[in-house]
Design a protein around this ligand. Structure first.
Ligand SMILES: Cc1cc2nc3c(=O)[nH]c(=O)nc-3n(C[C@H](O)[C@H](O)[C@H](O)COP(=O)(O)OP(=O)(O)OC[C@H]3O[C@@H](n4cnc5c(N)ncnc54)[C@H](O)[C@@H]3O)c2cc1C
Length: 322
C-alpha cells in the first residue's frame, strides 16, 4: 500500500498535500496496490473529499497534540502508522514540513529515501526515482532497494488532477510520544492577513531594480490587484527594504506558485533555486540580457516604474469589466 502524508497547518490541509496524493495514487496504480492517506491531528476540511484526488481511505490519528507540528513526534507517529498499516511506499510533499519529517521516517523504518522527486518512479526493472539536483540544474536517477521506500515529491512537478470519488475515514490508534519531544515552543508570532508564501497561488516579487523601499508601493498595488502575496530577492531583505520572511531563493523560502512575477530581479542562480518550480514565470526587467528571461514564460523588457503601474491599471480595468 502507498501511504500519503497529509500536511496540515492550523487545521487546514496544505495545498502541497493534494499533489502528493495525486502522485501517490498514480504510483499505487502503477505498482498495482492501493493509495491511502494519513492525517495527524484534526482539520476543518472534509476528509472524505480527498477521494477526489485518488485515495480510497484516510487514516486519522486523532490526537490534539498533533495539531501543532513537531517533526520528531510526527516522524515517530508516521513510522508507527506505516508499520501498523503495512505501507510499502510513504509519500510526502517536499515542502518545509515534508523535508523535516520524511528523512526521519526513512531512518526509523530503515527505508531508502528520495527527497525532491520530480516524476513517477520507473518500476520496469527495480524502483528508480528521478529527482532534481544542484538547485534544479540537473537530474539524478536513484534506485531504492529497500523493501519500504520513502519519497518526497517536489511541488508543481506532478500536478493535481481532480476526479470523482469519496474516501472513507478511519481512526487509527498510534502512541503519540509527546513527552519525547525535544522542542519546546514558547511563543508563535504569525504574520496576519497574508497568505503564507509557500501556499500562495500568485506571488509578486521585487529586486534591487526597484531602487529602494520607498518605491514598493507600485509592487504592492499590483499584488493587491491580483490578490497576490509579496516576495523579494535576498539583497532587498538584507538591506531591510522588505522583511526577511519575504526572501525567496536558495537561502530563503522555496516556493512554487502558479504565477511568479519578478520585477527588477536579475535572475541569479541562487534566486532561481527558490522560484524555478513556479508554473508560470513573468519577468519585468529593463535589461534584455537579464538572465531571468531565460527562465521566463513571459517577459517584458521595460522600466518597472512604467510597466508595473500600467499593468496594475489594466488589471483593475479588466476586473471592473471595462
Ligand atoms: C551563497 C549565496 C546564496 C544566495 N542566496 C540567495 C537567495 O536565496 N535569494 C536571492 O534572491 N539571492 C541570493 N543570493 C544573491 C544572488 O546571487 C544575487 O546577488 C541576487 O539574487 C541579486 O538580487 P537582485 O536581482 O534583486 O539584484 P541585482 O542583481 O542588482 O539585479 C537588479 C535587476 O534589476 C534590473 N533593473 C534595474 N532597474 C530597473 C528598472 N527600473 N526596471 C526594471 N528592471 C530594472 C536590472 O537590470 C537587474 O537585472 C545568494 C548569493 C550567494 C553567494
Amino acid at each position: 500500500m502507498v501511504l500519503i502524508y497529509i500536511d496540515q497547518d492550523e487545521q487546514e490541509i496544505k495545498k502541497a498535500s493534494f499533489e502528493a496524493i495525486c502522485y501517490g495514487a498514480a504510483l499505487a496504480k502503477q505498482i498495482g496496490t492501493t493509495a491511502e492517506a494519513l492525517l495527524l491531528g484534526t482539520v476543518n476540511d472534509d476528509l472524505t473529499a480527498l477521494g477526489k484526488f485518488g485515495v480510497s481511505k484516510v487514516h486519522q490519528v486523532n490526537h490534539l497534540a498533533l495539531n501543532r507540528f513537531d517533526a520528531l513526534v510526527n516522524a515517530q507517529v508516521v513510522a508507527e502508522a506505516a508499520k501498523k498499516l503495512g505501507a510499502t511506499v510513504i509519500v510526502f510533499a517536499h515542502n518545509i514540513n515534508g523535508k523535516a519529517v520524511a528523512p526521519a521516517v526513512a531512518v526509523k523504518l530503515g527505508a531508502g529515501l528520495v527527497a525532491g522527486a520530480c516524476a513517477l518512479p520507473n518500476t520496469a526493472a527495480g524502483f528508480v526515482v528521478t529527482k532534481t539536483v544542484f538547485s534544479g540544474k540537473a537530474f539524478a536517477s536513484i534506485q531504492i532497494e529497500t523493501p519500504v521506500k520513502v519519497i518526497s515529491i517536489n511541488q508543481n512537478s506532478f500536478g493535481v488532477t481532480v476526479g470523482e470519488g469519496t474516501a472513507s475515514v478511519e481512526s487509527l490508534t498510534v502512541d503519540v510520544p509527546t513527552s519525547k519531544s525535544k522542542i519546546k515552543i514558547t511563543s508563535v508570532d504569525k504574520i496576519k492577513g497574508e497568505v503564507p508564501l509557500t501556499e500562495a497561488n500568485i506571488v509578486v516579487s521585487g529586486g534591487r531594480g526597484l531602487k529602494g523601499p520607498e518605491n514598493w508601493g507600485i509592487l504592492l498595488a499590483l499584488a493587491k490587484a491580483l490578490g497576490a502575496s509579496t516576495a523579494c530577492s535576498r539583497p532587498v531583505s538584507d538591506a531591510d527594504w522588505r522583511p526577511h520572511h519575504e526572501h525567496v531563493g536558495q537561502t530563503g523560502l522555496q516556493i512554487a506558485p502558479n504565477l511568479y512575477i519578478a520585477i527588477g530581479i536579475s535572475g541569479a542562480i541562487q534566486h532561481l533555486a527558490g522560484v524555478n518550480r513556479s508554473k508560470t514565470i513573468v519577468v519585468i526587467n529593463k535589461d534584455p540580457e537579464a538572465p531571468f528571461f531565460k527562465a521566463a514564460d513571459y517577459g517584458v523588457v521595460g522600466d518597472a516604474f512604467e510597466v508595473v503601474p500600467a499593468l496594475t491599471a489594466a488589471i483593475l480595468k479588466s476586473k471592473a469589466g471595462a
